[in-house]
Design a binder for this molecule. Structure first.
Ligand code: BG6
Length: 504
């Protein structure tokens, strides 16, 4: 997030799995955009590491990724040539510690001393240990202020598995050298939650159980499993989205004010939220968690297959493509204010938003007939694709007799700032070079998130869902999710971006 960290001059970015999917789709385009924006250090170089990679093959692969996935589209020839000149390659067998000397020699080859050496593990977690061992074998882990290791989810599929992965990293690297990505934290709209809450005095007084009835977090996707069957079949929505992205969003809404804008202070405050979450009782998981799997259905006029019919998916798969959970935060601020989190694939539309629902007025002085369309007061934080904040409240309609009607007060990033937001990876990669860990996950946070969800993970694994598939593609998820919230006398509301445009 770049506050007062000095920008390093000489950065060596070592990309493990350079020919892989993540490098191609996300890391390459993000680095190239930083290059275009003049945000890469003058002495930036990238070494792509893979089993069989040449500098030319790497350049071609990354260029293809930029063409397909960059928010700016195909690269301009000259700009690309300048970027490509910063790319080199190193072919080694990641599992063989004997090979790491070659990498080390290549890193010291350009004569300059790097301010930062970033080892980015865009590889399956099963290889994390081997790479950490290999780097340590040749001493590349040693300088704490220089060497950083970056990992992405899946960070295990359970608490125990996460702890095992973490041990392999911590065998050689200190916690503050380890950067765990959660790309949602790099989104502008997500970072802005802190600005909204703590750069303005007007929200804090009402940001508590006295004024807030409940909070919902929706991260809906219209895409299906796509080409990720191998990973997703084992992960499912709870591990893929709730364990990380949704819990992080909730933490940002629920955390106490930090003392300073400082990585550890902010992460401590977020961790406190997870620590305060009431444990989900293992013998009553169904009262707090609902799972779903999409059947065939219609999306934007197109017929799409069910999850079990997708390529690479088991025809009797028990993997959930939708998850909803209810959490209670046992502390002074939030006692008895439920947080409902839901996410799913193949839902009606791609839309992510947080809705903070305020309590009703304690006494309604207006005659009932004046407010026929009454809406509850809500603050809606639009995460994507619309980026903004909406305050929904009641106002007097012009004229007589007296009538009240629902209105919106809107802030839109696009209108207010007139420029497009950087991609999440761009922000996070830049922070990485600046050694700013604010937007990265600390081990204890990941651990607490796993700890919270393990009763659900275990219950779902032990009891295959009898009703899968249980929601049609193009819907808002299974009926049981409506019941989860309806039991408390509440409802999921149509995301503001769609309200009035589409029916639920
Ligand atoms: C990833 C999940 O972390 O986030 C994907 O693995 C999901 O399943 C993606 O599609 C959503 O991210 P974004 O930034 O596209 O909303």
């Amino acid at each position: 997030m770049n506050h007062n960290h000095p920008f390093p001059e000489h950065v060596q970015f070592v990309l493990f799995g350079a020919m892989g999917d993540l490098a191609w789709r996300l890391i390459g385009p993000a680095l190239f955009n930083l290059h275009l924006d003049g945000q890469l250090p003058s002495g930036f170089s990238l070494i792509g590491v893979d089993r069989d990679v040449s500098a030319d093959a790497l350049r071609e692969r990354l260029r293809d990724g930029v063409e397909r996935f960059s928010r700016r589209g195909a690269p301009d020839g000259e700009a690309w040539t300048a970027f490509a000149a910063r790319l080199g390659a190193c072919s080694i067998d990641l599992g063989d510690v004997g090979h790491y000397q070659q990498l080390k020699s290549q890193l010291s080859g350009d004569g300059a001393t790097a301010d930062a050496q970033i080892f980015y593990l865009a590889i399956p977690p099963s290889l994390f240990g081997a790479v950490a061992d290999g780097l340590a074998h040749v001493g590349l882990h040693r300088e704490r202020s220089r060497a950083r290791i970056v990992v992405e989810k899946p960070l295990g599929d359970s608490l125990a598995a996460f702890q095992a992965i973490d041990r392999t990293l911590r065998a050689h690297f200190h916690e503050n050298q380890i950067y765990r990505m959660d790309h949602f934290l790099g989104k502008e709209t997500v970072q802005n939650i802190l600005a909204l809450r703590f750069a303005n005095p007007i929200f804090e007084p009402v940001w508590n159980r006295r004024y807030i009835d409940h909070v919902t977090v929706t991260v809906a996707e219209d895409i299906g499993v796509g080409h990720r069957a191998g990973y997703y079949e084992h992960a499912g929505a709870l591990r893929d989205m709730v364990q990380n992205h949704l819990l992080q969003l909730m933490c940002l809404v629920a955390m106490e004010a930090p003392v300073a804008y400082d990585a550890d202070d902010i992460r401590n405050k977020k961790l406190d939220v997870l620590r305060a979450c009431r444990p989900i009782p293992a013998d009553n998981v169904t009262a707090f968690a609902v799972r779903g799997q999409y059947a065939a259905g219609w999306l934007e006029g197109e017929h799409v297959p069910g999850y079990r019919e997708e390529p690479g998916i088991d025809a009797r798969s028990n993997t959930e493509t939708y998850a909803a959970i209810k959490l209670l935060v046992d502390n002074w601020r939030w006692q008895d204010v439920p947080f409902y989190l839901r996410t799913g694939k193949r839902m009606t539309a791609a839309v992510s938003e947080i809705s903070i629902r305020f309590r009703d007025v304690p006494h309604n002085a207006f005659p009932a007939a004046t407010g026929l369309n009454a809406q509850p007061v809500r603050l809606v934080i639009q995460i994507q694709p619309e980026e903004g904040i909406i305050l929904k409240f009641m106002a007097k309609e012009p004229g007589n007799p007296l009538r009240l009607g629902p209105v919106d007060m809107r802030f839109s990033y696009q209108e207010a700032f007139g420029k497009s937001s950087p991609g999440a990876y761009e922000t996070l990669l830049r922070d990485l070079m600046l050694a700013d860990a604010t937007l990265f996950m600390r081990a204890d946070q990941v651990e607490a998130a796993w700890g919270l969800l393990m009763p659900v993970v275990d219950a779902w694994a032990a009891n295959p869902a009898p009703d899968f598939p249980n929601y049609p593609a193009g819907s808002w998820g299974p009926e049981a999710a409506e019941r989860l919230i309806a039991r408390d006398g509440r409802a999921w509301l149509t995301p503001s971006q769609l309200a009035g445009k589409k029916n639920e």
